[in-house]
Structure formats: C-alpha cells, structure tokens
Ligand binder design. Sequence first.
Ligand code: PLP
Length: 361
Amino acid sequence: MTNKNALFDAFKQTKYQVAGHGPRNIQVLKDALENVDGEQESDMYGNGKIIEDFQDKIANYLGKESTVFFPSGTMAQQIALRIWCDDKGIKKVAYHPLCHMEIHEQDGLKKLHHIEPVLLADKDSVIRLEDVVNMESDVACILLELPQREIGGQLPDYQTLERISAYCRNNGIKIHLDGARLFEILPYYQKSAAEVCELFDSVYISIYKGIGGIAGAILAGEKDFTEKSKVWKRRHGGDLISFYPYIVSADYYFDQHADKMNQYYEEAKELAAFFNECGSVSTKPNIPVSNMFHVHFDMAKEDVVPVLLSVYKETGVGLAGNLQETSDKKCYFEISIGNKYSTIPKETLRKVFQMLDEKVK
Ligand SMILES: Cc1ncc(COP(=O)(O)O)c(C=O)c1O
C-alpha cells in the first residue's frame, strides 16, 4: 500500500525529470536578479520605467498597440471579457466547455461580473468554425484557448483560426485569445506571435508557463482597451505597489526561453513517440502540436502508481508527480517540456521506456 503522496515525493527526488524547467524555488528569482542594477527604481502602482519598458517590449513582440502587466491570467481575462461585454451591452461570451475560465476560476466571471457563458464545441474537441457559426445566442466575445489544455493541448488548424476570426469581425463579435501558452504553439503554426495575435482583438499571455517566470500575465490590445483594463485592475486590487520582482524575472526568463520553443516542441514529439511505443499507454494528441501533451494509461491509477515508482527508483527519471483518474480503469498525467528534458542522457531514457513497456504490458 503506497501513501497518497508517494508518487509526488518520489518524483521530487528523481535526478532527472522529463517536464518543466526545474524546481519552483527561490533560486529562480535569485538567478534573475543576479546581474540587475540595484539602483534601478521600483515601479509604483503600475507606472514607472521598469514596468513600462517591459510592457512596450512585449507589445512590440505581440504586434499590439499596448500591453498591461497583471498579477494573474485569471484576473486579466475576466477583465478583458468584462470590457468587451460592457462595450457591446451584452453580458454573454462564448468559449470551450473545458477552458480555464469555466473550470478553474471558481466561476469568477459569473459571480463577479454576472457574465453568462455559452459553451461551444464538444468537450473532447477543439472549437470549429461550425460551432461559432451555428451559435444561437448573441455574444459580446468569443474566447479561444490555444492550445486547449484540458484535452492535451490540441489546436485547430490555422485556417480555422483565420476563418473564426474573420467571422467574428464580420459579425461584430470580439475575439479574445487565452494565449497562456502562445509561445509554445508558434513552432507548430510556423507563425510569429504577431501574426497569431493579429487575428484577435485582445490577447492574454502567461509569464510563468513556457517562459518560466515566477508569476504574472500580460494583457494586450489597442490602447483604449488596455487603459480600461488598468481601471479594472485597480478595482480588483491587482495594482501592487511594486511588481518589479515579477517584471525583472519575466524579462530575464523571456529572453532565456522565448526562442527555445522549437526545441521544446521537437522534444515533445520525440517523448510522445516513446510513450506511444508502450502497451496500454497513449498520448493525446498522438503527435503533440506544442510542448505539451497528456499521457493516458488504459490501467487503473492504483496499478500505474507502483509502476511509475519503480521506474523512478531504477532509472532516476521522473515522469510525473501526480496522476488524474478518468475512470476506475483509466488515468493520465500532463507533460510540458522545458529545459529539463534535454539534460537526460538518451541511454537513460531508453531504459525508462523499456522498463515502462515491460511493466504495463
Ligand atoms: C489556459 C490557461 N488560462 C489561464 C490560466 C490562468 O493563469 P494564472 O494562473 O496566471 O491565473 C491558466 C493557468 O494555468 C491556464 O492554463
């Protein structure tokens, strides 16, 4: 009988890990601060050179007129949709049934803003043009989450994005991008961030996923929109007097990681292929379209845990710290590739998958 946290504890003790950039510890901030001039002034309530320079840098990268730094994506996106609903005088938005806002935000959009969602598409698929065109309600805005995290990080093809965007623009519907992992999808689409963002009226990106910062989010759009978002940020208590630890680390890790997304994407495809060679194991998507994917087991969680524990112990490679049960006979975990994957010797990886295959057969 293994204890409840046995997998997480064993994972933390492994020498190598297939996912992420490394532990979330204070060293992450120390590294970012190492070469920073200590005389630089703090930002103050969202103003000041340090925050404005970073916002301008990201605006330039995203090809948007203006951006605002937020403490979280949760706050930034609810505010974005509130602004579009107020502008349109319609308190309805449309999005995927498994998007972050619907399942991970304790109904913030409904409880704080009294905005009603219209759920588009089947929960196991990405949103298609037909889902948008056949929508019966009048909505102020459509939110697309790219990639769709809860279904393994799937993506619609680029033409579909262009068509949904054109449809929204022709029909007076605002289109917002949950681009928590925007950088991570650019290699698959073979597009620049600015090209993707062009299709959207407002865009949120995360500072701490593939980018690897500590926390934070950027909301981007035209100046009129971002100025309104600053007012809402203040109303939400999101205007911290000083954001500089987040800004400095965001800037540092943006420079470190933004150009490495192609490597992570190629490595995700390689790793998924290793998993797919093992019996009872499959990945979703079968071939990843970003640095992330889900690993599904046709086995009960209680049978998978001991298998993983022995693989970690024998090889020193951690695959995941927790397993989600989807039924009493199936479970899965999520992987997002970062800097850690390339540190694992290939011979060790081969041993991992040989062992996994033998044990799950
Ligand atoms: C797709 C997506 N959107 C939004 C968020 C919210 O970001 P934050 O944690 O900064 O509130 C997350 C966080 O995991 C996410 O995965």
